[in-house]
Design a protein around this ligand. Structure first.
Ligand code: GTQ
Length: 356
């Protein structure tokens, strides 16, 4: 049987010829891509991903035998989203990586316009120095490196220390606004005793006659786990639980009340044992680090949802506008960070809290 001629074929052929004619002039027809440029709702290419610490840890330790921190500058395994290959990002806007430092090593001083946050995953006794002051690391501590501040990392620990690095590298790359430089010596001079920043800004008090030293970034650069954990424990004990989040607090910049950095917000939450959270979605995709407990993160809709059974020190990504439901087997504590301050500043942030 002869194929019937397609009545649209001549038009399609003529349009293709037209597209070919305008391409050398660096022109393209909007009408062929309008639906993807302006989608009815976020349609991220980013995928949900789960990195089990048990599977990853031996490789991180092996990196310690292959390269020194000094040679690597930063010995980091990038948590790379498999749906965004080769782009060194966890989500379209966020970099995440696990950095490891061995006793006696130094990761040399540099500074960059990218903001960084650290969340300590394993080990204690390494330190990061920021702006002339050291912060010694312990599991669960949240540490900030403000944009354009000198920072170096070192270790007086007796074993490996591992932390999650969160940086706005992809966002800054997208904006083409990245600058970086090396100090030229391994370690910056230390000019203040440890804990000085916390004494000045960490007790709901602030120095007089002085602007916050890092502009839009929090003047506190180390938020010890014991304090944050205790606040969550109290909220849970008092029954102040949210049906979606459990007990969730944001690390704030005390000078503004807003997020700890201008580009990244960070959160710590406690889910009581047996917590069966309601589903929600938010336009800011997030990277999670599991501190305590086992549970399940279900990401996506209905039967296509992915179920991540998480354990301490695991990491996972929740992409923008994908539904997340958190369930806790034991009492769980989860750290997370996202690009929410950027979305709030640009009036883009949205969330939907679903009933079931
Ligand atoms: O510690 O300065 O994971 O500059 C990536 C880039 C860590 C850091 C990273 C960095 C750093």
């Amino acid at each position: 049987m002869a194929a019937r001629p397609d009545p649209h074929a001549p038009v399609a052929a003529e349009r293709e010829a037209y597209y070919a004619a305008i391409r050398p002039l660096h022109l393209s027809p909007l009408w062929e891509q309008l639906h993807t440029l302006v989608p009815p709702q976020p349609a991220t290419p980013c995928a949900p991903v789960h990195w089990r610490y048990d599977a990853l840890r031996p490789h991180l330790m092996r990196a310690g035998t292959l390269i020194t921190a000094a040679e690597a500058v930063r010995r980091v395994l990038v948590l790379e989203n498999p749906a965004l290959p080769g782009r060194a990002c966890a989500t379209q806007s966020l970099f995440a990586g696990l950095q490891m430092i061995l006793p006696g090593e130094v990761a040399p001083a540099h500074r960059h316009t990218q903001s960084a946050l650290r969340f300590i995953v394993e080990g204690r006794g390494a330190y990061t120095a920021v702006n002339g002051e050291r912060a010694t690391m312990a599991p669960g501590d949240f540490i900030i490196t403000p944009s354009w501040t000198w920072h170096d990392h070192g270790s007086d620990a007796d074993g490996p220390v591992v932390w999650l690095d969160g940086l706005d590298i992809p966002l800054v790359r997208f904006l083409d606004a990245g600058f970086a430089e090396n100090l030229g010596s391994d370690q910056q001079p230390i000019s203040r005793p440890e804990g000085h920043n916390l004494a000045r800004y960490g007790s709901n008090m602030a120095p007089l006659r002085e602007a916050s030293p890092h502009g839009a970034t929090s003047p506190i650069f180390s938020y010890p786990y014991a304090r944050s954990r205790d606040a969550l424990a109290r909220l849970a004990r008092d029954g102040a639980l949210d049906a979606w989040d459990g007990a969730k607090l944001q690390y704030i910049n005390p000078a503004s009340g807003g997020a700890a950095t201008p580009t990244m917000a960070a959160f710590l939450q406690l889910l009581p044992a047996g917590f069966d959270g309601r589903p929600y979605r938010q336009t800011d995709g997030a990277v999670f680090s599991v501190v305590e407990g086992r549970g399940v993160a279900s990401i996506g809709e209905g039967t296509s949802a992915q179920r991540f059974e998480f354990a301490p020190r695991d990491h996972f990504v929740v992409p923008s506008w994908q539904t997340l439901r958190l369930q806790a087997r034991d009492e769980c504590v989860l750290f997370s960070f996202s690009d929410r301050p950027v979305q709030l500043a640009t009036a883009l942030w949205r969330e939907q809290r679903l009933q079931a």
